[in-house]
Design a protein around this ligand. Structure first.
Ligand SMILES: Cc1cc2nc3c(=O)[nH]c(=O)nc-3n(C[C@H](O)[C@H](O)[C@H](O)COP(=O)(O)OP(=O)(O)OC[C@H]3O[C@@H](n4cnc5c(N)ncnc54)[C@H](O)[C@@H]3O)c2cc1C
Length: 470
């Protein structure tokens, strides 16, 4: 009996799967965390010198600046579970209730977006024809389209050009730094694609979708949140939960030699190195997927992903003494329609949105510029951009004099644009995975651009990598 017991203790340990995760943004870190939790041996290879990818929260001179994403919708069950599992619920901060008020520029000034049917009736943002179209649209019959279309075409077919110009265009500038004329309904807004099929009316379909999400355990209208010390809290916590030595920074993965095991070749400090893995998870942006060589002949099977448009974006955080800004800053911020011919895409009222974002007596604004509308604006220096947007700052928020603080971040390839025909790139990803068992690809080139989408993507990647070879 004793011998049996001893034997059972020294019997061959179960060999855990050895998985490489390339990219330590929110997608890759989520995948790595979930795989480690399930007993896999993980190695995370990250080109930058810090984890987090686009997420970067910086504390400086009493300000808390988000260089990349600023907030996140807290509705997806996968995101809530992740925050819970990391013990981060006490760190969450809800957006200020006044952030429900959002502004859009019309006639050169910020006008509040109507948030209820009564406020819509009295709103100066839209004319009578648009208001009526919002009502009559409710009676649209279901329509099953066979070909994809742009968001702009869809909006025009249900509402008015004015709604496109003064609601959808600025919203898309705010989310994608993009243009609704160039975004695919099927790929970028699958909920609208589905709503038109099932309900006819986009409004009714969206309401039904929200109800269904709520019934499935999600939030109907998800609250906007961040963390006390900014969004980087999430990626820092994920990185901190990985085993010591498993996150390798300053490592650029260049080649995958597929096989059993897969071999990855990377560069670190100018030196080549490699490692063998049972499975490989790629959680890098489209441009990095395009660069990856496969096999010994230097082929780049995903080279055409370089053609996915990624307009550049500049994010300029400005701190002012409170008295320098006349606008009450009583909201989330404001967005700018292209037809208004301004130089900013939008202005976030960062110090209203979340607490402790600016020192006492000061306010913080985050300005976005560039995008597909004015890509050259994202290539200006901080001073050049500040001079360019001076008129907007004065007209829209009444900012006077030089800012007390400034921090400039540039994203040369900010956000992938899911254009009509995007399926050609998705098909290439699927084909590559099919050709090489044990290779899994996710991230914002494939699974959606929002942070909750990326968390879901990381969870999906972990699940399929775990199931592989079982
Ligand atoms: C300016 C800006 C504002 C945004 N605002 C919001 C917002 O408010 N809310 C929201 O929900 N979303 C927002 N987004 C979108 C969201 O931030 C991104 O879609 C998301 O962070 C992408 O995460 P990811 O992990 O898929 O990719 P990334 O964050 O891009 O991470 C990929 C990682 O892979 C690494 N890598 C690349 N190539 C290699 C290689 N060869 N070898 C090793 N590592 C490599 C990169 O260095 C990077 O760290 C914003 C994005 C930007 C740019």
């Amino acid at each position: 009996m004793l011998i049996l017991l001893i034997l059972s203790k020294i019997s061959v340990p179960s060999v855990s799967k050895n998985v490489a995760i390339v990219g330590a943004g929110i997608t890759g870190l989520t995948a790595a965390f979930r795989l480690h939790e399930q007993g896999c041996q993980v190695t995370v290879l990250e080109r930058a010198t810090q984890p987090g990818g686009s997420i970067r929260s910086i504390a400086d001179h009493g300000y808390l600046i988000e260089a990349g994403p600023n907030s996140l919708q807290y509705g997806a069950p996968e995101l809530k579970q992740l925050v819970h599992d990391l013990g981060l619920e006490p760190e969450l901060v809800l957006a200020n209730p006044s952030a429900k008020r959002r502004f859009i520029v019309r006639g050169g000034r910020f006008v509040a977006v109507p948030s209820s049917p009564p406020s819509l009736i009295g709103s100066s943002l839209f004319g009578a024809r648009t208001k009526l179209s919002l009502l009559t649209e409710l009676f649209t019959r279901p329509r099953v389209r066979t070909t994809d279309l742009s968001l702009a075409e869809l909006v025009r077919s249900h509402f008015t050009q004015e709604l496109l110009d003064y609601a959808v265009n600025p919203l898309i500038a705010g989310i994608y730094a993009g243009d609704p004329e160039k975004l695919s309904v099927r790929h970028a807004f699958p909920a609208l694609w589905q709503a038109e099929r099932s309900s006819g009316s986009l409004i009714r379909g969206m309401i039904a979708g929200m109800k269904a999400k709520k019934a499935a355990g999600g939030s109907g209208v998800a609250p906007i949140v961040s963390f006390r010390r900014g969004l980087q809290t999430l990626t820092d916590a994920l990185a901190a939960r990985l085993p010591a030595g498993s996150l390798k920074l300053g490592v650029t993965v260049e080649t995958l030699l597929p096989g059993r095991p897969h071999r990855l070749v990377w560069k670190q400090d100018g030196q080549s190195a490699s490692g063998e893995f049972d499975a490989v998870v790629l959680a890098v942006p489209a441009g990095a997927l395009a660069q990856l060589t496969l096999g010994t002949l230097g082929e780049r099977p995903l080279a055409s992903l370089d053609n996915i448009p990624h307009p550049p974006v500049a994010s300029l955080f400005l701190g002012y003494r409170r008295e320098q800004v006349t606008h009450p800053l009583d909201g989330f911020g404001g967005l700018v329609p292209a037809v208004e011919k301004r130089d900013v895409l939008g202005i976030l009222f960062s110090s209203t949105l979340f607490p402790h974002r600016a020192p006492a007596g000061h306010v913080g604004l985050t300005i976005f510029a560039g995008g597909s509308r004015q890509p050259d604006h994202a290539r200006l220096t901080a001073e050049g951009l500040l001079a360019k947007i001076d008129r907007d700052l004065r007209d829209l928020v009444g900012a006077k004099g030089p800012p007390a603080f400034m921090r400039h971040s540039v994203w040369p390839r900010a956000i992938p644009q899911y254009v009509p025909g995007y399926e050609r790139w998705l098909e290439q990803l699927t084909a590559l995975e099919t050709a090489h068992a044990g290779l899994f690809i996710g991230g914002n080139a494939r699974d959606g651009i929002s942070l909750p989408d990326c968390v879901k993507s990381g969870g999906r990647l972990a699940k399929i990598a775990l199931e592989y070879g079982k």
